[in-house]
Ligand binder design. Sequence first.
Ligand SMILES: C[S@@+](CC[C@H](N)C(=O)[O-])C[C@H]1O[C@@H](n2cnc3c(N)ncnc32)[C@H](O)[C@@H]1O
Length: 232
Amino acid sequence: MTNRFQVSQTEPHRVPSYISSLYKGFYMNKGWADFLDADWFATLSTFGFYSKLKRSLLEHIKPKSWTLMVGNSYGWLVKDIAAKVGDKGLFEVIDAVPIQAESAGEKLSPWPHFKSIVKDIEHYHPSKKYDTIVCYFLLHEMPDKKKKRVMKNIASLLALNGRAVFIDYGTASKYHPLKYLLRAYNNIFEPFADSLFKTGIKDFMDDDNLHFVTKTFFGGLYQKTIMTIKKG
Ligand SMILES: C[S@@+](CC[C@H](N)C(=O)[O-])C[C@H]1O[C@@H](n2cnc3c(N)ncnc32)[C@H](O)[C@@H]1O
């Protein structure tokens, strides 16, 4: 697929079944996808924590770096990352849903050398490596076995000093007032999120060569986990 934005799709593509069964209305319906793709919804869906999570993510985006974002995200995050990478770097967004990749491509249109790619990240094997790979509320959408395979592939795409930044739900304390409300909602609408309320992101990977650091937000309801490759 090629259009006025840089969106690349080089082979026939199948949307992963967890997306078409659980997120069809959100991601595969253009009208809804466009309506929800806004800062107000990103703020609402994170109980007002969007700006804080975004600031914390942007700390890891370096000017002139090679950066990959896995999954289009609501609102202006794609544009903010692109602006921070700047004209001398490389920024790509990969999304398994063509409508979402197009939306990311549209956001990237002020930077004609940046592009979005239609592909499942599990099966993305480019020859290049990235300084930073961003996964903003990505992992909770997929089954646990898929989380592991996706994280494994992301680790293989990191440059030597590179890092993957995962922002997602966290374990939260058992006294957190919203934990059970959110889990009840997720049990109906986002069933694969539940494991993140029980276990750390690092526990999905069994690889001694990887190093993880986690910071929590909002009483642990959200987490930022940084994955790097151990040196030596
Ligand atoms: C990154 S998450 C972010 C959406 C989130 N609700 C937010 O707050 O912005 C959702 C995006 O990831 C994409 N996605 C999910 N699984 C994927 C995969 N295996 N490979 C590439 N993109 C994927 C979906 O198509 C969707 O556009």
